[in-house]
Design a binder for this molecule. Structure first.
Ligand code: GLC
Length: 638
């Protein structure tokens, strides 16, 4: 018998037993099945949803803009997601540390709620992490489609995921898998091709962004492989690239068969590859707003294609169900949520949205089952990407932002995206590849020394911007200077007159012209002209000396009037920060390999005109591209 003071009930063994019971009860009380990563995702979802109030469920369906996402708002309204709108940054030229601190500040607000559900932060990383200073800016999709290289796209996805995570963000609204059928559309550069088969192939960027699917994988389930990967977003569902005359957010008039054969196939591939989210298009199909289209969002995407991730609206997409937008908000909320939208990109009037939706559920206008479907899908994505286990961001990947390796990958993508449309006025006297060693050359044109122009829209700001200070990269002029022989004099004159050109006796000239940056509706164009003074740059230079014209544009532009004057013509699209890739090929360190992924029209009156159309009379047909052999010498390393 162990000596024990006369404590009766409170003998040491009894105290021990009581302590054990307390610990057991405490352990039981603090064990929350949904927080246990050993539990199957379905079990965690069910357990968590059983604990959630209507307010907490509706909060998960709300995505607000970072500028209004204070920790208090996150906590008070149980907000499930936050985004950076185009160009919305915590500071000018913000470092990864500033980004990570901002994301974590908002996350702490979400985690301070009763159930501690982490928020998911999304951003448009559509050609690299394009909002962020010093990020690698890859060619826009219009150029990547030319490469016809799915493995390259996968590497770009991998690099982009690392750079997005470098700033603490786990979700990107990419890829855009629009099939642009009319280059007058302001977003045509976000489309890989007019040919859905190329767009389908380019969905290989999704496993780059999200990670390779595991061996036993159930089709349709979202998949994101941990902290070096991010959730992707196939957008904009469906038919965004098929609107009448390319008018943005307008009406896609096409049969169901046409919709399914042209605009839908890349969604099959995206779902097969485990895409975590799908964003609905602002556009309409045969007069029905996609944001209100139950048949296509629920009936087809969710029920027929078995998509099990979450469907997100576009920015104020619910509001734009009516014309004018927000004209009847309750109708819009009912139509959008009933159609099958799970998360709503509000982004500012979240209290109005929450109140309206709560009302409609309480008044049984919107069934609780619809709310539960939405929340289940949102939680599924958050669970599969380990957001509950790793809600806080860190700086472990900070050095990935704009890394040399990623910039070299972007440079390779630039090389493969170039299309040689003309090479010399007579076939036996090609101008390209250019000689590196000569006396004096001229570099001219509005886009030769303009990093912002060569990056295009969705770069640092929503619309993009001119100049060389917006981020870090290599202009085409700098790339040319890097590449020519040191003895070659490079003269840069943005807007030379003919006398200047003639009097200088240049060996040849490189004229870089094109379009200014733009995004969305601001890019809609009914004339597709090269911006002034580009045409006069071409005429004053090419009329006086052998010239190669490099076109920087988000789509084919009207070039036929100048073609007779031009000796060589290169389509460079929107190459991004790594302009060195242009010089690599102009000077023969690499050969031209690119083939048009879009039809190049003669005049805009011909549009829309796509490969396979009966009346097909292009200036340069889909699939066209001249080739050159690289110089024998080893490529110069920079
Ligand atoms: C924009 C675009 C969409 C983008 C979203 C968030 O309006 O339509 O592509 O992902 O809003 O910036």
């Amino acid at each position: 018998m162990i000596w024990a003071p006369k404590m009766g009930l409170f003998s040491i063994p009894m105290l021990g037993f009581l302590l054990f019971c307390c610990l057991a009860v405490t352990a039981e009380a603090t064990y929350l099945k949904y927080k246990d990563p050993k539990q199957p995702v379905g079990v965690r979802i069910k357990d968590l949803m059983n604990r959630m109030t209507l307010e907490e469920k509706i909060g998960q369906m709300v995505q607000i803009e970072r500028s209004v996402a204070t920790p208090d708002v996150m906590k008070k309204y149980f907000i499930g997601s936050v985004l950076s709108g185009g160009g919305s940054v915590p500071a000018t030229k913000a470092t990864p540390e500033i980004w990570v601190n901002m994301v974590n500040e908002i996350q702490k607000g979400a985690l301070s709620t009763r159930l501690g559900i982490p928020m998911i932060y999304g951003i448009d990383a559509v050609h690299g992490h394009n909002n962020v200073y010093n990020a690698t800016i890859f060619p826009h999709n219009v150029g990547l489609g030319v490469t016809r290289d799915p493995q390259l796209l996968k590497k770009i996805g991998d690099a982009t995921a690392l750079e997005v995570r470098a700033t603490g963000i786990p979700y990107a609204f990419a890829p855009c898998i629009a099939v642009c059928r009319d280059p007058r559309w302001g977003r045509c550069y976000e489309s890989y091709s007019e040919d859905h088969k190329i767009v389908q192939a380019m969905t290989e960027i999704i496993p780059g962004l999200q990670g390779n699917l595991p061996a036993k994988y159930k089709k349709g389930i979202p998949f994101v492989a941990g902290k070096n990967k991010i959730a992707a977003c196939a957008k904009h569902y469906v038919g965004d690239g098929g609107t009448t005359n390319g008018i943005n957010e307008n009406n896609t008039v096409i049969s169901l068969g046409g919709l399914l054969s042209i605009h839908m196939p890349a969604y099959y591939d995206s779902i097969r590859k485990g895409v975590a989210t799908v964003m609905v298009s602002y556009s309409s199909w045969n007069g029905k707003k996609m944001h209100a289209n139950h048949d296509l969002v629920t009936g087809f995407l969710k029920d027929k294609l078995k998509f099990r991730g979450f469907v997100i609206s576009d920015w104020q997409g619910i509001d734009r169900i009516t014309s004018p937008p927000h004209a009847n908000y309750s109708y819009s909320v009912e139509a959008g949520i009933s159609a099958g939208i799970d998360m709503v990109m509000v982004p500012y009037n979240y209290t109005e949205f929450i109140d309206d939706l709560t009302n409609q559920v309480k008044n049984k206008i919107i069934p609780m089952s619809r709310i539960d479907d939405a929340v289940r899908r949102i939680l599924r994505v958050k669970f599969v990407m380990d957001l509950f286990e790793n809600p806080m961001a860190d700086l472990s990947l900070a050095n990935q932002l704009g890394s040399k390796e990623h910039r070299e990958l972007a440079r390779e993508a630039v090389r493969k995206s170039l299309v040689l449309l003309k090479n010399g006025k007579s076939s036996n006297k090609p101008l390209l590849p250019l000689t590196k060693k000569t006396t004096k050359i001229l570099v001219a044109g509005t886009h030769a020394n303009n990093l912002g122009y060569q990056c295009g829209g969705w770069t640092i700001t929503w619309q993009g911007q001119g100049g060389n200070d917006l981020t870090i990269g290599t202009t085409i002029l700098k790339a040319i200077k890097n590449t020519v022989d040191p003895s070659t004099q490079v003269v840069y004159n943005e807007n030379p007159d003919t006398d200047f050109v003639k009097s200088n006796k240049f060996s040849y000239a490189i004229v870089v012209v094109g379009e200014p940056p733009y995004a969305e509706t601001f890019g809609d164009s009914m004339n597709l002209s090269i911006s002034e003074p580009g045409p006069s740059n071409i005429n004053s230079v090419c009329g006086a000396v052998k010239c190669v014209v490099v076109v920087i544009s988000g789509r084919p532009v009207v070039i036929q009037p100048y073609l007779p004057t031009i000796d060589a013509l290169v389509a460079a699209w929107l190459p991004g920060t790594e302009g060195q890739g242009v010089a690599d090929v102009l000077f023969g360190d690499y050969g031209f390999t690119g083939k048009l992924a879009r039809t190049w029209m003669k005049t805009v009156d011909q549009l829309p005109m796509n490969v396979g159309d009966p009346h097909y009379d292009p200036l340069f047909p889909f699939g066209f591209g001249l080739t050159t052999k690289p110089h024998q010498a080893e490529p110069k390393s920079h």
